[in-house]
Write a protein that binds this ligand. Structure first.
Ligand SMILES: [Zn+2]
Length: 61
């Protein structure tokens, strides 16, 4: 399955359920990637409300 980005939290995954927020709504129209390694230490993670390590889209349409 192709990577898609969660519409709610922008988490990039190949799963059909978002492992970050549990949403099932995804888009394949995303661009830019921010990689969160340690959400608890990351300013960016707090900014985008990321709770899980992984890749997040910067922009979704
Ligand atoms: Zn999500």
């Amino acid at each position: 399955m192709k990577e898609h980005a969660c519409i709610k939290c922008k988490f990039i995954t190949t799963e059909s359920v978002c492992p970050n927020c549990g949403s099932t709504e995804f888009t394949e129209n995303w661009s830019g990637v921010v990689y969160i390694i340690k959400p608890e230490d990351s300013f960016v993670a707090k900014l985008i409300n990321a709770k899980k390590p992984g890749m997040y889209a910067i922009k979704i349409r």
